[in-house]
Design a protein around this ligand. Structure first.
Ligand code: SF4
Ligand code: SF4
Ligand code: SF4
Length: 272
């Protein structure tokens, strides 16, 4: 039973958030929303422990489709970074601001970049592409993420400064346009660089939050140096080029680990 502790802890964390928000905001949606996400994530962990090969993909589809189709398209909530700025500027602690606080700003202190491995609807599609492990060395163009981050802030800031009307509707269309752009750029880059996760490594503005916060993540993959035989298999299967044999927080590309567990599954010595 010990091996099921982590999914149980994860479910408890999400249920705590669900009940707290439901009671403090007097809105039953939060109970439904965070319970659904918690159950999906815990189910994925449970399937992983049971050695089901597609456990992570199941969670990605359950959470990613829910976020994009139900929250984004049906409920008209812009859950992208523009939506976060929008709700932040209006001073409303709802929807995207809560989503960012939980999944992308404070949550990563606990579960690192679990969002990127198990929930992001952009990566949900990118992970279907053929380049699961990067076929080329990493490029030094990570600065692009700061440009896209600044552009998203400038876009929403300009709408507010210009007192543009009907902002709710504009944010809905910005959500559609943003997704088209992200998918277009992500798929093009994946084929150009032969790397499904190139978009995550170089362009995604959300990593400006995710990288520094996940540096302190409580949940991380660690290496038992006694068992490790330095075969390098973990590096070869990692989609994010993380040097997981180094246990320090400064490990190479450490803030890019998406907790996909490919290294753990493939280590021949069960050292991870
Ligand atoms: S880096 Fe961005 S696009 Fe990639 S999985 Fe994370 S949030 Fe999604
Ligand atoms: S795959 Fe396992 S044994 Fe091989 S280098 Fe990585 S941690 Fe060490
Ligand atoms: S393969 Fe291992 S080190 Fe690489 S992203 Fe997945 S969990 Fe992290």
């Amino acid at each position: 039973m010990k091996k099921y502790v982590l999914p149980a802890v994860m479910l408890t964390v999400f249920e705590t958030v669900a009940v707290t928000l439901w009671l403090t905001k007097d809105n039953i949606f939060y109970l439904f929303n965070f319970s659904y996400i918690g159950l999906s994530v815990s189910l994925g962990m449970f399937l992983f422990i049971r050695k089901y090969k597609h456990a992570r993909r199941v969670v990605q589809l359950l959470v990613g489709l829910y976020m994009m189709v139900y929250l984004g398209l049906i409920c008209n909530e812009n859950m992208q970074i523009e939506g976060f700025w929008y709700y932040l500027f209006t001073g409303v602690f709802e929807a995207a601001t809560i989503h960012y606080a939980v999944a992308k700003i404070f949550g990563p202190l606990f579960f690192g970049r679990g969002w990127c491995g198990y929930a992001c609807w952009t990566a949900m599609v990118l992970d279907f592409l053929p380049y699961k492990v990067p076929a080329q060395p990493r490029r030094k163009i990570g600065w692009i993420r700061y440009v896209t981050f600044a552009a998203s802030l400038a876009f929403v800031g300009a709408l507010f400064l210009a007192h543009v009307g009907n902002l709710e509707r504009i944010m809905f269309w910005a959500f559609i346009a943003g997704n088209v752009l992200y998918y277009g750029a992500g798929i093009a880059l994946a084929f150009a660089f032969k790397d499904n996760r190139a978009f995550c490594k170089y362009i995604c503005p959300i990593t400006v939050f995710l990288k520094p916060m996940s540096y302190f993540s409580m949940i991380r993959v660690k290496c038992d140096r006694e068992k490790c035989v330095s075969c390098g298999k973990c590096r070869r299967v990692c989609p994010m080029d993380v040097d997981v044999t180094d246990n320090s927080r400064n490990r190479k590309n450490g803030t890019e680990c998406i907790l996909c567990m490919e290294c753990v599954k493939n280590c021949p010595k069960k050292a991870l």
